[in-house]
Write a protein that binds this ligand. Structure first.
Ligand code: EPZ
Length: 427
């Protein structure tokens, strides 16, 4: 799949970025609300939808299922769901969008059957779906698996069940939350994830009549009440805390005077706490964070990724770029995924002093001068980390496979260039 590249002229760690960066709607909230449209008998309206590849893929997936997706204005969409009748999830799309797995439960609940391919694992780990398959069967579905994928059937509909998640999986929590809306009777999800995106999804479904208790706690209870109506209801996408965190890390490294706004700092307590521990000075407002060039040296700090409200695994790679510029030895413990330290090998090519101890642990020794390199984005967050490394480095970098970065960051080259980054897209 041919994709663009970014050419970056590094700032050699000079604090030159200034201006304001607006945060867009959250990828990991809006693609679930798009999938939740399957629960509606008529329509769903969404606002503040980011123009990113994962949103385009989920909209294409809905189109294949028989929904009608209409753009009603900038970042505004109307999904007509009255004609959803296709129970096979399109293989091409779901291979490119692992999160399409969240659509399987609502489809199974609405149509009584669903077929979907083995979801693409990706470079950050195996990413099994055993929790999903176990939960669907607990709700009364029968499962057949062949080399093409999974066939789930529930001709008499699904029945509410008590589902214990062996790990507080984000998309599994969201999938059962949605599926339970159409199941008969009560569903209790135990050891549920606490991410803000789950509350955003659940509160929208409640505003459309769904009967949900316990959002933001480890136990979520849903009473199945049947298809919802979205008439006169609009979901406004919450701000993307991972995009905001990525830009805050950039500002900590290179801001002359940079304000990241339209964000919710209360979703970023773990990052803010860690950066302050390292010595970063910042102004934290209600919906903005401002960082200036009144910084001293940064101290090495340790990262341990953890489910929300712990340090987000999606900020582990961007934060490691910061650690290369902090004085001393930082310890990185990636507890969520077993393949999410692979990017450190490439980071070492920029000049970082990294040591990978095992699939979950690494050490970063700072402060090291980074030099521009030509690299390939292996996935969304490592790709962003390479952009940060290229901006910090001295000299020119080229980052290939920018499709991965476009999956989760809208027009990041144009937005960063506006605040002084020397970055441009090349086909
Ligand atoms: C969501 O992925 C996010 N994706 C990920 O963001 C994020 O990194 C992750 O949550 C953790 O916060 C979306 O929301 C679309 P998990 P998800 O299930 O739900 C294991 C990004 O860059 N597991 O919470 O797939 C799994 O292997 C992406 O935006 C099972 O064992 O993650 C992992 O070790 C990357 N069996 C752990 O749970 C299952 O059936 C947590 O994964 C499911 C998951």
């Amino acid at each position: 799949m041919p994709t663009d590249s970014f050419e970056i002229e590094g700032l050699a760690a000079e604090r030159k970025l200034e201006g304001k960066l607006a945060i867009n709607g959250a990828k990991n909230a809006v693609i679930k609300v798009l999938a939740a449209a399957i629960l509606f008998k008529d329509e769903v309206r969404l606002d503040n939808v980011p123009a990113i590849e994962d949103v385009f893929r989920m909209e294409e997936l809905l189109g294949h299922l028989g929904a009608e997706v209409t753009e009603e204005g900038p970042n505004k969409f109307l999904i007509n769901t009255s004609q959803i009748n296709e129970w096979r999830v399109d293989e091409g799309i779901s291979k490119r969008l692992r999160a399409s797995v969240v659509a399987t439960g609502p489809l199974l609940a609405r149509l009584g059957k669903v077929h979907f391919p083995h979801p693409g694992g990706c470079v950050i780990g195996k990413r099994p779906i055993d929790i999903f398959l176990e939960g669907f069967q607990a709700m009364g579905a029968t499962l057949k698996e062949d080399e093409k994928g999974y066939d789930l059937k529930a001709p008499d509909g699904l029945t509410g069940a008590e589902i214990f998640l062996k790990v507080p999986s984000v998309t599994a929590t969201e999938t059962f939350l949605m599926t339970a809306v159409l199941a008969k009777g009560k569903t209790v999800i135990k050891n549920a994830a606490l991410e803000p995106e789950i509350c955003s999804l659940g509160n929208f479904l409640k505003s459309c009549g769904a009967n949900i208790e316990g959002l933001g706690t480890p136990t979520i209870t849903v009473a199945g009440d049947g298809l919802l109506s979205g008439v006169n209801k609009t979901y406004t996408t919450m701000p993307d805390r991972i995009e905001a965190g990525s830009f805050i890390i950039l500002a900590a490294l290179l801001a002359k005077d940079l304000e990241i706004f339209n964000c919710d700092p209360t979703h970023l307590d773990s990052l803010i706490h860690l950066l302050k521990q390292s010595g970063v000075k910042m102004e934290v407002g209600k919906d903005y964070i401002r960082i200036k060039d009144d910084q001293g040296d940064f101290k090495a700090v340790d990262i341990k990724t953890h489910e929300y409200p712990g340090f987000p695994t999606d900020l582990q790679a961007p934060m490691s770029i910061f650690l290369t510029q902090a004085l001393g030895q930082s310890f990185v413990f990636e507890t969520i995924f077993e393949g999410r330290l692979n990017y450190l090998e490439t980071l070492a090519r920029f000049g970082a002093n990294t040591r990978v101890l095992d699939a979950h642990r690494a050490i970063i020794e700072g402060k090291t001068k980074l030099h521009g390199k030509e690299v390939e984005s292996p996935d969304l967050r490592a790709g962003l980390a390479y952009v940060l490394a290229g901006l910090v480095a001295e000299g020119k970098s080229i980052v290939h496979n920018v499709y991965y970065i476009d999956r989760g960051y809208e027009r990041i080259d144009e937005r960063l260039a506006k605040v002084g980054a020397l970055i441009r897209r090349t086909a």
